[in-house]
Design a protein around this ligand. Sequence first.
Ligand SMILES: CC(C)(COP(=O)(O)OP(=O)(O)OC[C@H]1O[C@@H](n2cnc3c(N)ncnc32)[C@H](O)[C@@H]1OP(=O)(O)O)[C@@H](O)C(=O)NCCC(=O)NCCS
Length: 305
Amino acid sequence: MYRIDTPKTEEQLNAYFQFRWEMLRKPWNHPQGSEKDEYEQVSEHRMVVDGRGDIVAVGRVHMNMSEEAQIRHVAVSPEQQGKGLGKLIFSALEEVARQQGAKRLVTNSRRISVEFFTACGFEIEKEAPTEMGKLKRSQMIKKLSDVNQVMLHPKWCQELQNTWHETIPISEQMGIQLHQYSGKTFETRASLNKNINLHGTMFAGSIFSLATLTGWGMIFLKLKEKGLSGEIVLGDGDIHYHKPITMQPRALCNIETLDGKFELLERNKKTAIKLQVDILDGENPVAEFRGVFWVLPEKSEKTDS
Ligand SMILES: CC(C)(COP(=O)(O)OP(=O)(O)OC[C@H]1O[C@@H](n2cnc3c(N)ncnc32)[C@H](O)[C@@H]1OP(=O)(O)O)[C@@H](O)C(=O)NCCC(=O)NCCS
């Protein structure tokens, strides 16, 4: 079991820098201390630890200027590479950058990690200065939009995100973001760090909120697609938790689970829509939510005379 953590205590910071040195400096015979630079104090540091509390991945981000964040010193222990931990630490850093207002990310990637950063959405911009005087690097850039994935209906997705943040402020506190909408599947993600409990796992109440907002969002988008409108309210909800969330909270709602008659709204009648939302921790299913949402027709402008 892995979890993302922020090194805070002296002991954690020492272990974090030790890991960085072992991964990124020691193989080239650079002394301890060479792994640090002048930006450590103004940077955000993240690490992934395993079930025994040992560090298995690290990474750092700092703001270069108001809209640009730089990702540096990303490393995964050789035995744990290829399991998605690099992407996990990167998404934690990207989230920090977004929260700090970054509109683009830059990194100077060693040749060997260009494919990794490409998989994370970066493109090569130009050659970068060599690292430690010998390792050739490329400067890579990732533009950040408000909504971070390609969406089927970007305008409606943006409207949904804004509606959440404006009308349900807790959604922003929880770091809930739309992740993708394909028409068939709607996925949202939340920040683990913002919803963590005493056990280092996600607070069950936050999981419930993530699930209900995802179901609500799916219906919002379906109404838009059908050219309908109405007020969406949760009528009934039931959640089953199987395992704790220790990495990346994700919620997925598939169109196949929707059951209800949207067309009743055309006749100005309320309608009940049932659906299921699956909660995942990274790739692992950990909980499922079943809910009934009522969609109430918008009040008619006609008045009785
Ligand atoms: C680069 C590094 C951080 C990647 O970490 P990782 O945990 O192995 O990467 P992930 O398993 O999360 O892979 C994420 C994606 O990158 C791709 N990827 C990672 N390394 C790759 C490689 N060497 N070649 C091709 N693709 C690669 C994966 O295929 C995956 O793509 P997908 O999501 O489309 O399936 C890790 O290999 C490492 O620590 N390398 C040594 C240190 C280093 O070079 N750090 C970068 C400093 S600039």
